[in-house]
Design a protein around this ligand. Structure first.
Ligand code: FDA
Length: 504
């Protein structure tokens, strides 16, 4: 069977991929996007597209027979997880020894399952992690462009103070401020106006109905509603779903040949499709894009790829923890699934921590305050190709997470001692207070300026580009999708100006 050809192919449909496809499409370049997950547009039998966190069904999870929640237990009981039928669900937890990585699967990638926190990094820290990127241009042009395209909005502070669904955040704020820490509102791509109407019971509930990590049925401006809708609107972009790119090779004429595994939503293999392209953009996320290039290098399909491929991976210093609230500090049964506030100690050189005040949307009083702390952990992992499994395996040891625990512990020990509170030891399946065996923020693997040039062009090959979180060297100091989006905008502007012929 002859291979089909497209001038440009974008692998994945997450942040980097969506930006790239829109800009290619708008410039008149015919572009095919290949996404291994489904398009989340069809309601299930219950009339909703996604299942919630309290009653997850097969739609929640990517091919597993039991859900794998980040909070493994409550009062040490296995109450959070459910047996399910293996299916092309929306959230995957990819296991790599001591580290597992949560990723979104479907048209929109991580935007389908994330907490919508749209945070621009501190400029001084951005300049430190990517010193060769022009920060004036990023902060003057590309961060504002990314936020406006993503639909970032801000909570009304007056509503926050009286909202029932943010009592949990006010309780955490009071405890942090008593210990001398500063808190900030966090911008979001969840529509706060919609949320307000949810609380007033004027519209169907989503953030207030325990919907987050398995998708939101309402209120969230995920990429399918922003960048991808605009990309499809150009008329030059098509999206192929349930299509996983397995192999990339270069042909004699310099174009790229892709093998694409096509499945149905139950995992039956429908066939392997061959596709060729002039310009290939990798937007399969830190794990996905890195695996594709590590495999291509180590199986000899792209032999010019260098040693920097698969290096510089980090978990953005993620560590999760809970505190036990005092008996009188009730947060109530209603918690918005969307975080709106963080404890911001990032400017403290001795102990930089940015801790998102996270909800526990259990529908009952939990006496728990939960946090996802972002810390400045210098440890990095790398990927090794395992020929038996045909997989790129992350090399990361549990002790590499210790600097994150130490940093979070210093901040929260102080909050606990000033408030007379303690940690929760019942949330992570055993008796640990700090959980960093998983991350929501995989970054790196194909680092900008090392595996690629300063615009994401892969070293050793022409017309091969990286667009996603794998470009960022392991840390952004805040939740990463705004940084990924802005960097992708910057890179594709350069590539369109210099690499893609105008007459297409
Ligand atoms: P992303 O991972 O979004 O997309 C990659 C896509 O490629 C996926 O759709 C995947 O299925 C597809 N793919 C992979 N391999 C493929 C292959 N071989 N062939 C075809 N397709 C392939 N960030 C933030 O800023 N604020 C927040 O509040 C949160 N909260 C949060 C919660 C949870 C539960 C998670 C899991 C993550 C977050 N994040 C977050 C992180 C954020 O979602 C993440 O950083 C971005 O989605 C990463 O964007 P990328 O463009 O790198 O890829």
């Amino acid at each position: 069977q002859a291979a089909e050809h497209s001038q440009a192919v974008v692998i994945g449909t997450g942040y980097g991929a969506a930006v790239t496809a829109l800009r290619l499409g708008a410039a008149g370049v015919p572009t095919v996007m290949l996404e291994m997950g489904q398009s989340w547009t069809k309601p299930g039998e219950d009339g909703t597209i996604f299942s919630d966190m309290l009653t997850p069904d097969r739609r929640s999870t990517w091919f597993k027979d039991r859900t794998e929640m980040p909070l493994a237990s409550f009062l040490w009981m296995d109450v959070a997880n459910r047996d399910i039928e293996p299916y092309a669900g929306v959230l995957d937890r990819v296991h790599h020894g001591d580290m597992s990585v949560y990723v979104g699967r479907g048209v929109g990638g991580g935007s389908l399952v994330n907490g919508a926190m749209a945070v621009t990094p501190k400029r001084w820290y951005f300049e430190e992690i990517l010193p060769e990127v022009n920060a004036d241009e990023m902060y003057g042009r590309f961060f504002p462009l990314a936020n406006s395209m993503l639909g970032t909005n801000h909570i009304d502070p007056e509503w926050f103070e009286r909202s029932r669904s943010y009592q949990f955040a006010r309780v955490s704020r009071a405890a942090a401020e008593k210990a001398g820490y500063k808190t900030n509102f966090v911008p979001s791509v969840y529509d706060f106006e919609y949320m307000r109407r949810e609380e007033d019971e004027l519209v169907p509930r989503s953030a207030l109905a325990a919907e987050v990590i398995y998708g939101n049925n309402h209120g969230k401006r995920s990429l399918d509603k922003s960048y991808l809708a605009a990309a499809l609107g150009t008329g030059n972009v098509t999206i192929e779903t349930l299509s996983e790119v397995r192999d990339i090779a270069q042909q004699q004429d310099g174009s790229y040949a892709l093998s694409v595994k096509r499945i149905d939503e139950f995992g039956n293999v429908l066939g392997i499709r061959q596709l060729t392209t002039q310009h290939l953009f990798l937007g399969a996320g830190s794990l996905g894009s890195t695996e594709l290039l590590v495999r291509a290098r180590d199986t000899g399909k792209l032999p010019n790829l260098g040693e920097a491929i698969g290096q510089g991976w980090g978990n953005n210093g993620n560590v999760m923890l809970g505190r036990a609230n005092l008996p009188q500090d009730l947060v109530g049964p209603l918690e918005s699934g969307m975080p709106a506030m963080g404890i911001d100690n990032w400017d403290d050189p001795a102990n930089p921590v940015f801790a998102e005040i996270a909800p526990v949307p259990a529908g009952l009083e939990t006496w728990a305050s939960l946090y996802l702390a972002i810390t400045r952990n210098p440890e990095r992992g790398s990927f090794r190709y395992d020929p038996g499994a045909d997989r790129a395996v992350l090399q990361w040891r549990e002790e590499q997470g210790q600097p994150s625990i130490d940093a979070a512990k210093q901040l929260f020990d102080r909050i606990n001692s000033v408030n007379g509170t303690s940690y929760r030891y019942d949330l992570f399946g055993d008796a640990r207070a700090f959980e960093n065996r998983f991350t929501y923020h995989p970054l790196g693997g194909l680092v900008l300026g090392e595996a690629t040039d300063l615009y994401g062009r892969v070293k050793g090959y022409d017309n091969l580009y990286v667009t996603d979180g794998s470009l960022i060297p392991g840390s952004t100091g805040v939740n990463p999708f705004v940084t990924i989006t802005a960097l992708a905008e910057r890179n594709i502007a350069k590539v369109l100006a210099e690499d893609i012929p105008k007459n297409t």
